[in-house]
Design a protein around this ligand. Structure first.
Ligand code: 13P
Ligand code: SF4
Length: 366
């Protein structure tokens, strides 16, 4: 993961009133027209989403990024792995930048390529690497996507984790999934993989903390990683909203722990949650277990429904993007915060990302 050294936003941007920030961002957009596209993730602040050309989840935005053939500049308002994926899928002559390069994802940082390579060697050392298909969650560094690209694996997001697991089981007999244990566990449960065939590989421990027998017989090997925003939700939060709001529907993201998912009425990706709320009848009461900015925006967009958070949980990394650093970026487009990936990594990572796009396209045609 290589990015240009960020020049620091000067303090003068801290003094610009909000209306002026918005007006100047709109001026840049009007001037650049189709040459600029602003992608905003659902977890962004409302004032950022309002300025975006597209709002979506990590899968939708990666697809949107790949389709922006007319844009020279793709500005990604989200976290680093998303911008990095957009940079990998971008066409020749296109540039991807983000308002704050420090907007990372702690879960993505929980799996480094050296650790994943070590786990892969562990499988080889017990003679059980053959038939294992590696799948990396979109929330990962480009090097992990490249690893999947060169080892017959794929990328997936929470939108297509189920189809990606099924795709993997058609090509091999076991899945090695990183870095989110909980999305892996919830996906394995949905596919009815027996519990004793699902193991957790802890990179802190030798052989992942597993015996050769445990590692060798597993159908799903899940990396021990998690999202602190989603593991914040606990079963007691679900029980509390059910007590306080009889008839409430509880919907959560699959990065939540299994016990929370089991107690909920539905679990699915960010895009699934958006559709769930849209499709609920007027007057419905819905408690949502995902990032706070999205929940608050859904509540505003659906005044005919009672929508609230299961508990308050904000992603501090998504929150780093604001009107000030967005304007600063647009004032210096092409000079600061460009996200680049070395071609040797990008070419292999692209293979895995394109596999993901085609797995989902094939599913849509079924
Ligand atoms: P989505 O894939 O649903 O956009 O989620 C990304 C993410 O970071 C969730 O925490
Ligand atoms: Fe990463 Fe969690 Fe934030 Fe998503 S919500 S970007 S997984 S820390």
């Amino acid at each position: 993961m290589k990015t240009q050294i960020a020049r620091v936003m000067p303090d003068q941007y801290l003094e610009i009133p909000e209306e002026e920030l918005v007006a100047r961002i709109k001026e840049h957009k009007a001037e650049l027209g189709e040459r600029l596209v602003l992608l905003t993730h659902h977890y962004q602040r409302p004032e950022i989403v309002a300025l975006g050309d597209f709002v979506g989840d990590s899968f939708g935005l990666s697809r949107d990024a790949a389709r922006q053939t007319k844009a020279k500049d793709i500005v990604f308002c989200g976290v680093h792995f998303m911008a990095e994926s957009a940079a990998i899928l971008a066409g020749p002559g296109q540039r991807v930048s983000m308002p704050d390069l420090r907007a990372g994802c702690p879960m993505a940082n929980m799996a480094e390529i050296e650790e994943v390579e070590r786990a892969w060697s562990d499988l080889a050392s017990i003679g059980r690497q053959e038939g294992v298909i590696p799948l990396t969650y979109m929330n990962s560094h480009a090097e992990l996507k490249a690893f999947c690209g060169r080892n017959e694996g794929s990328v997936c997001t929470s939108t297509n984790a189920g189809p990606a697991f099924e795709w993997a089981f058609k090509r091999g007999d076991r899945v090695f999934f990183f870095p989110d244990e909980h999305l892996g566990r919830n996906t394995a449960n949905a596919l009815k993989i027996p519990r004793d065939k699902v193991v957790i590989y802890d990179p802190e421990d030798e052989m992942g903390g597993l015996s050769p027998e445990e590692l060798g017989q597993a159908r799903a090997i899940l990396w021990k990683g998690y999202c602190h925003v989603h593991t914040h939700f606990r079963p007691e939060h679900v029980n509390r909203v059910r007590q306080r709001h009889p008839g409430v529907m509880v919907v959560v993201h699959p990065e939540c722990t299994e016990d929370v998912v089991d107690l909920s009425d539905a679990a699915g990706s960010t895009e699934f949650i958006v559709r769930y709320v849209e499709n609920a009848p007027a007057g419905a009461t819905i408690a949502i277990g995902t990032e706070l900015n999205l929940v608050q925006r859904l509540a505003l967009e659906h005044p005919d429904k009672k929508i609230f958070e299961l508990a308050r949980s904000l992603c501090p990394n998504m929150f780093r993007i604001n009107l000030r650093n967005l304007l600063w970026l647009l004032d210096h487009l092409g000079e600061v915060n460009i996200v680049t990936v070395p071609e040797a990594v990008a070419s292999e990572a692209r293979v895995a990302l394109e596999r993901m796009l085609s797995i989902t396209a094939a599913r849509a045609e079924d």
